[in-house]
Write a protein that binds this ligand. Structure first.
Ligand SMILES: Cc1ncc(COP(=O)(O)O)c(C=O)c1O
Length: 422
């Protein structure tokens, strides 16, 4: 790819594509925002970098304050990281230390949902829902502490996404199977984006919160994708009215203009650290590029744009229009379901391998479809179980551009229907 503007990308041959996944779900404010470029240049001229282990820059302090202002009201600290995996790492390490400080060092298990993706570092890799990191056996060995709650999800309010992932009921079963006294944390993306964009019903996240409270387990809401207005609220946890113990953030924190991540830590966790002895309560963790002044300045400006342009409200409103557009495709034989929240949507196609015709598997058919859509001018990607197309365009997308996106999907589905029948 060569350049971007708004929701559009151009490749080096001059072909134009609609960025249907917002540059790997990061691009909230749209490509080509000169404001962000200028803020980065200004900050580089003023103070490009410093020893972030011992000093803080003004943008880092301001960004921490801003995140605590806009985040769930129970959050008390922000820890900065270079990206999303490292933000998850911070939450996991703090969770282990929290239990250690409370006299429960045996709490070492972390449970994620089927199909989940939380990153690639050693801790985050433990939170893999058995779809994305197929060879964790090679890497983790004795270091494995992750457990997976398997679906299908049960309980009221679930839609068709339930077939591909787990909900609060399944987490409860897993907790009891492991023994609650061994469980340190539950980690979930509130929208279950990587898990087939399953979009759990709001009460499911509340049930998960209650489950954690019942058994002294910490709840990590990983909003690396869902955070920063995409869900129709600044954070999906707020949409579902749940206060997690940690909130992990990256991607749209800077709209992808510069790498940065953050972990928000709740008052409950901080209080335990504050009450412990000085020998034990140090969090021995830092990244040279955690809280990089230029990244923090860009993130601050990005958040100002999100707020000034009301992009959360816009995601809610345009997201409903987008959903209607996706549902208008239901006459296609290969259409299974469209679901999601805000501008975070999943389009499930084909159904099962028995319907995959000459492709042999539904996943192979969807891989073919993804390439066809790209050739038709739409960038998408597929998530677990390989048959759900993730659609997360920049939040500034216009209705006419949604229409263009739906039109490309319509033409692609015509071709897919024919290919499956033939
Ligand atoms: C929910 C979630 N958590 C964590 C990560 C890891 O972030 P990064 O790729 O910045 O390490 C991702 C990346 O896609 C993600 O989607």
């Amino acid at each position: 790819m060569d350049r971007g503007e708004g929701v559009w990308l151009w490749d080096t041959q001059g072909r134009r594509y609609l960025d249907g996944v917002g540059a790997l779900e990061a691009m909230a404010v749209g490509h080509g925002r000169v404001e962000l470029v200028e803020v980065a240049a200004q900050q580089m001229r003023k103070l490009a970098f410093l020893d972030v282990f011992r000093y803080a820059s003004q943008p880092a302090i301001e960004l921490a304050d801003t995140l605590l202002r806009i985040g769930p009201s129970n959050m008390a600290r922000a820890v900065f990281t270079p990206g999303g995996s490292e933000a998850v790492e911070v939450a996991l390490k703090l969770a282990f230390q929290y239990h250690y400080l409370r006299g429960e060092p045996q709490r070492r298990k972390v449970i994620c949902r089927q199909g989940a993706y939380h990153g690639v570092t050693f801790g985050a890799m433990n939170c893999d829902g058995r779809y994305y990191s197929t060879r964790t056996d090679i890497y983790l060995g004795e270091m494995r502490f992750g457990e997976v709650a398997l679906g299908p999800a049960t309980g009221p309010g679930w839609g068709k996404g339930a077939r591909h992932t787990a909900g609060a009921e399944e987490f409860r079963r897993k907790v009891l199977e492991i023994g609650p006294q061994h469980v340190a944390a539950i980690i979930v993306d509130p929208v279950a984006t990587a898990s087939a964009v399953a979009a759990p019903p709001p009460e499911d996240l509340r049930k998960l919160r209650a489950l954690c409270d019942e058994f002294g387990i910490l709840l990590i809401a990983d909003e690396v994708i869902a955070g920063f207005a995409r869900s129709g609220r600044m954070f999906a946890s707020q949409r579902y009215d749940v206060q997690p113990d940690f909130l992990t953030l990256s991607k749209a924190l800077s709209s992808g203009y510069i790498p940065i991540g953050a972990t928000l830590v709740s008052r409950k966790v901080i209080d335990v650290f504050n009450g412990a002895s000085a020998a034990d309560n140090v969090f021995t963790h830092g990244h040279t590029y955690g809280g990089h002044p230029v990244a923090c300045a860009v993130a601050l400006e990005n958040i100002r744009i999100l707020e000034r342009e009301g992009l959360a409200e816009r995601a809610e409103e345009i997201g409903a229009y987008f959903q209607r557009g996706l549902e208008s495709l239901s006459h296609h034989a290969s259409f299974v379901d469209a679901r999601g929240v805000g501008l975070l949507r999943g389009l499930e196609l084909v159904g099962g391998d028995d319907k995959a015709g000459r492709f042999g598997s539904a996943r192979a058919a969807c891989l073919w479809m993804r390439k066809r859509l790209r050739d038709l001018g739409l960038i998408t990607l597929t998530v677990h179980p390989g048959t759900v197309f993730l659609l997360a365009p920049p939040l500034i997308i216009e209705k006419s551009e949604i229409d263009a996106l739906i039109d490309i999907l319509d033409r692609g589905l015509d071709e897919l229907d024919r290919a499956l029948a033939g």
